[in-house]
Design a protein around this ligand. Structure first.
Ligand code: HEM
Length: 128
């Protein structure tokens, strides 16, 4: 179990850095008015989905519903919100006509997602 926790913890830090980096890339693409292709954004959310799935496995296998509320409820809810908000904005970006606006919307979704992921990590890191 401690191995799964270690994997979830370190991939969690890695995924947050990736989300922030891709947000920066999205704003760069908006500036250059690059053609809108959602591939990189979709891969980023796929990584976040994997992270959530490993988190769910860890949660279920180790019975974390008995843990402190910040870990039992706040951390998972913020993490799932990060995924939902980001993907919703990517969905809107894909329906946007102008490529620059679409990249900008995708970038905003990633920034919001990043902030929520950081809040989720903060909630799980508070010593109880
Ligand atoms: C965006 C997705 C997520 C990220 C980036 C993430 C990241 C992390 C990180 C970095 C830690 C270690 C915190 C620390 O001790 O300093 C952690 C712990 C943990 N996470 Fe997640 N997590 C995510 C989603 C989830 C989800 C959806 C669940 C469960 C439904 C979950 C369950 C847990 C559990 C049970 C711990 C262990 C807490 C402890 O023992 O102190 N995580 N997570």
């Amino acid at each position: 179990m401690s191995n799964l926790l270690l994997v979830h913890q370190w991939t969690g830090y890695l995924v947050s850095v990736i989300v922030l980096m891709v947000a920066v890339i999205a704003f760069g693409r908006a500036k250059d008015s690059r053609e809108f292709e959602p591939g990189l954004y979709r891969v980023t959310y796929a990584l976040l989905i994997l992270q959530v799935l490993v988190g769910l496995a860890l949660y279920g296998l180790a019975g974390y519903w008995n843990a402190a509320p910040l870990v039992a409820y706040v951390h998972p809810l913020l993490a799932i919100a990060a995924l939902g908000v980001g993907q919703a904005l990517l969905g809107r970006a894909r329906k946007t006509q102008m490529a620059a606006d679409a990249h900008r919307l995708a970038g905003r979704g990633l920034v919001l997602s990043f902030v929520l992921v950081l809040a989720a990590i903060g909630a799980a890191s508070v010593p109880v």
